[in-house]
Design a protein around this ligand. Sequence first.
Ligand SMILES: [Zn+2]
Ligand SMILES: [Zn+2]
Length: 379
Amino acid sequence: MADKRDYYEVLGVGKSASGDEIKKAYRQLARKYHPDVNKEADAETKFKEVKEAYDVLSDDGQRARYDQYGHVDPNQGMGGAGGFSGNGDFGGFGDIFDMFFGGGGGRRDPNAPQRGNDLQYSMTIEFKEAVFGKETEITIPRTESCDTCAGSGAKPGTKPETCSVCHGSGQQEVVQNTPFGRMVNRRACSHCGGSGKVIKEKCGTCHGAGRVKKQRKINVRIPAGVDDGAQIRLSGEGEGGLRGGPAGDLYIVIRVKAHEFFERENDDIYCEVPLTFVQAALGDEIEIPTLTEKVKLKIPAGTQTGTYFRLKGKGVPKLRGYGQGDQHVKVTIVTPTKLSDEQKDLLRQFGGIGGESPAETQEHHESIFEKMKKAFRGE
Ligand SMILES: [Zn+2]
Ligand SMILES: [Zn+2]
């Protein structure tokens, strides 16, 4: 304690400084050394030193004793001289900081209407449902304004009353004496919980909340052409508002299941169709399943495996605007695996060589046949 600096020196004021001068000096220094602002290592120590000096000099009685006796070491049993050592209750930096730099923010009217929350619902639909659209009904849990009390929370025939403690403001003022004089803190009113209203007789349905949980059935129209990840907004189908505020919105996120045969890229459809090498070599007319029907596709002689053919307008209806995408057909030439001896002989003649025919299994292509058969059946 011996090396304790003089309080006047700490604040940089003269011995005859007025209360206002001391206050002004303190505010400047406190701002300068506040640990939230000043990141120097000794800022906190300096801040405490400044505060201690101010605590003493701002109090007329303590200042008079300090002027007379100087620093008093409380360890020497002279605490009775008045607890001005400043080592006691140092109430954190937060409150003071807020006062300087304007924490908190504006007051909100606790009785103002409040919009309900938005809700999100994820819906998985079939591939073709996304292409052609669908109407369906979903059931969602949501909070709605209570019908019984029209959202007031009060028993029908009664009304919520203005809180007698906060007079409807929802806030209570707590007066504290601080180095700066009286400081008024506002807190949520403990009597009404910040709502500004007190419900004497609660509504039997919502028990005073004004809102109830419901399982709500909602009709959803999914437009033709939606794609995976699309969002449909149903305005006003979210959670109910508070105190007459509007309901939030409901967002339906669409997930589209994959299809065995068709693949989709935006408005276009892709599929893979098997051809025998005879069809590919000589040309043929084959049937292709599309999303709606079977169509004929002419395969020219000498078609190579991997060639794409376009079926114009056989794709997905455009979600915005008119028209449809296309269907792109990729042909894959399938090597035969089950040949009769006669076929083998013919192939050997055709190839002009002896030896065995290629005998690899073609499970991949068999599965393409299988998928296409299903697509023909409209699956
Ligand atoms: Zn109140
Ligand atoms: Zn109610």
